[in-house]
Design a protein around this ligand. Structure first.
Ligand SMILES: C[S@@+](CC[C@H](N)C(=O)[O-])C[C@H]1O[C@@H](n2cnc3c(N)ncnc32)[C@H](O)[C@@H]1O
Length: 266
């Protein structure tokens, strides 16, 4: 399956900001508690985007781990490099397309991570095979992504606004099935962990900001629902009106993010 997925950096950064402002739990704390990256480790962050996870590990290890962040978006890599410079950090941000052979020797890394990214791979067996190849024996792979019950309220509001059937999303629909099973077939040991985050919006406006910033992430949903800017704006108006009704009925809008973390050992 070929999934052409480009994430405009402003959408990604907007969603990260909304999670920080309106979320009840911190995914960074969950990730660090689960992985406990150590000084001296060699870490590869695949689909690193603007470097969220790479910077998290760098901070946690007080700059003592050797971290490489790889992504195929030069725009996001530039953002990551600028922050790297600003912080005086030594993370190596470089071009990496996870649909191609990784440019690293066998048995190089202690930890390979990928947050909300690698599950878009065209050939899961190939890509997770590459992650396995570049990990040392006993090294760990960590892949996070949405579970099928993720942000149900978001889809329910869109469904009510449009009367349309919501198509399955490539990330969440594959995560627990194909993705878990592929990793499990390649690695010695595989576990599934779960993280829940309730985003409480006190008004419709920040929820609509989230809806707009999800355009690229949930592309399959949107392309099935509108053609061109006018239709898109009309759709947003309908979503806004349903969200307003929900807000008046419930006093707030609560969207629960349900994230899976697959942790596997080579
Ligand atoms: C939702 S973002 C997540 C970014 C980052 N891991 C984070 O947690 O903020 C998905 C990332 O996957 C990257 N991506 C998508 N397809 C890719 C590919 N074939 N090779 C490398 N990166 C890819 C995108 O450029 C984007 O940075």
């Amino acid at each position: 399956m070929k999934i052409d997925y480009q994430e405009p950096s402003k959408d990604l950064l907007m969603r990260i900001d909304i999670h920080e402002k309106y979320g009840s739990a911190n995914i960074d704390v969950w990730t660090n508690d689960l992985l406990k990256p150590q000084a001296g480790m060699k870490i590869l962050d695949v689909g690193c985007g603007a470097g969220k996870l790479s910077f998290l590990f760098n901070e946690y290890t007080k700059g003592q781990a050797q971290i490489t962040g790889g992504d195929f978006s030069e725009e996001l890599l530039d953002k990551a490099r600028a922050k790297n410079k600003e912080l005086g950090a030594k993370i190596d941000f470089q071009f990496l397309d996870f649909n191609e052979k990784f440019k690293f020797e066998n048995n190089t890394f202690d930890l390979c991570t990928s947050a909300f990214a690698i599950y878009y791979a065209s050939d899961l067996k190939f890509t997770f095979g590459e992650a396995h190849r570049v990990l040392k024996s006993g090294g760990r792979l960590f892949v996070s992504g949405p579970l099928p019950e993720n942000k149900q309220m978001f889809y329910d509001i869109i469904k009510e606004a449009t009367n349309a059937t919501i198509p399955p999303m490539p990330g969440s629909s594959r995560f627990k099935g194909d993705i878990f099973n592929t990793i499990d077939s390649i690695f010695a040991k595989t576990e599934l962990h779960k993280f829940e985050n309730h985003l409480t919006f006190p008004a419709v406006a920040p929820f609509i900001d989230y809806v707009r910033a999800s355009l690229s992430e949930d592309r399959r949903l949107w392309t099935s629902m509108f053609n061109g800017k006018d239709e898109y704006e009309a759709l947003i108006k309908k979503i806004e009106s349903v969200a307003q009704n929900w807000l008046e009925r419930d006093g707030k809008l609560v969207m629960t993010k349900v994230v899976g973390g697959i942790l596997a050992t080579k």
